[in-house]
Design a protein around this ligand. Structure first.
Ligand SMILES: NC(=O)c1ccc[n+]([C@@H]2O[C@H](COP(=O)([O-])OP(=O)(O)OC[C@H]3O[C@@H](n4cnc5c(N)ncnc54)[C@H](OP(=O)(O)O)[C@@H]3O)[C@@H](O)[C@H]2O)c1
Length: 315
């Protein structure tokens, strides 16, 4: 259920509650958050851009219900995405990992979350204009002021992490990446050496191995594939999605668990010991996700889910 984040003193739940779609209606939001806590989830993932800051503001209501909770949970937020129109009307949507933007964004998150520190600050997306020395300066200031304890990245390749890490004096401890049975490029990239026809785009070659080599915890985002293969199949779903949904249902019946538990068990089974950042707001689904920790897939079941979700057998 719990594991250390390497390079930190943080003991965290393997399942992280992602607040991107936290309901804007307070009762629904608090029900989801309390369900997560009751299920043993101790880590919460935010970003300054989630619902334009409203997700962080809504989350802060939880402090009223649970005095002392701040010390018992691990709070992570992200910065680096700027919306169109910010700060001037003609500005496009863009990434911004400049020193000043990082510093300003953290101040905003701390204010909305009503806390004096983040346990982990994550750089949301790689910025083509990044100056690693500026990031290092921002991180040094934030750490010295006690506003951020640890730092990480999201959607960064191995080379992008190495470039930042050369300038930054503290370890980058997490990399949050999209990973699910339907979106398995992280592992697909490692096995296509002799395959002529990769079924879908492969990106981030070597990122998984780099993270393992450098003890960077991978946090899988959208690990439920947004419910597509665990009961939320779209009417126009393609063949591989349909086949995967059928397989997930069969395995769920065999293991006597929910489809969510099978889909998440596939992510958690990987020896990198990833965390899974779930986004469901449905209390029953939150509980079903946590049940994945009790599921052990066989090697054969893991590969069957991998190749079915990938849409092609391996050679
Ligand atoms: N770093 C990044 O770039 C990045 C990008 C995206 C997300 N994230 C993080 O990852 C977290 C999870 O992302 P996510 O929400 O995309 O992931 P997810 O956990 O794969 O999907 C959750 C979504 O799928 C829906 N869903 C699940 N099962 C369903 C079913 N059987 N039928 C219908 N709908 C179903 C949920 O709706 P219900 O609420 O109704 O259950 C919810 O909208 C986010 O909150 C955020 O913290 C990070």
């Amino acid at each position: 259920m719990y594991q250390m984040i390497s390079g930190t003193d943080l003991m965290v739940s393997r399942i992280v509650y992602g607040c991107m779609t936290l309901p804007t209606e307070p009762r629904a939001a608090l029900t989801a958050l309390h369900t997560a806590l009751d299920c043993g989830i101790t880590m919460f993932d935010h970003a300054d851009v989630y619902q334009r800051g409203a997700a962080e503001t809504m989350f802060a209501r939880i402090w009223r219900d649970e005095p002392g909770l701040r010390e018992r949970i691990v709070l992570q937020s992200k910065c680096g995405i700027r919306q169109a129109g910010d700060p001037v009307a003609h500005a496009p949507k863009r990434y911004d990992l400049s020193r000043d933007h990082i510093l300003q964004a953290v101040e905003g998150s701390l204010r909305r979350l009503a806390t004096d520190h983040l346990d982990i600050l994550v750089l949301h997306r790689p910025d083509p204009l990044v100056e690693p020395d500026e990031v290092a300066e921002a991180f040094t200031r934030l750490a010295a002021a006690g506003k951020v304890r640890h730092f990480g990245v999201s959607n960064h390749s191995a080379a992008q992490i190495a470039l930042l890490q050369r300038a930054i004096g503290m370890p980058l401890v997490v990399n949050q990446l999209q990973f699910s049975v339907l979106h398995s490029h992280l592992v697909n990239a490692g096995i296509i050496t002799n395959q002529t026809d990769p079924p879908h785009a492969v990106r981030g070659d070597g990122t998984l191995e780099y993270c393992r080599l450098h003890d960077i915890t991978i946090q899988a985002w959208s690990p439920l594939a947004r419910g597509q293969v665990s009961g939320g199949l779209a009417a126009d779903a393609d063949a591989r999605t349909r086949h995967t949904a059928t397989l997930v249902a069969e395995l769920a019946a065999q293991h006597r668990v929910s489809p969510e538990a099978i889909v998440l068990a596939w992510v958690l089974h990987h020896p990198a010991r990833m965390q899974a950042v779930i986004g469901t707001t449905d209390p029953a689904r939150i509980a079903a996700c946590v049940a994945a920790l009790g599921v052990t897939l066989s090697r054969e079941e893991w590969y069957l889910l991998f190749t079915t979700g990938r849409g092609a057998e391996i050679r």
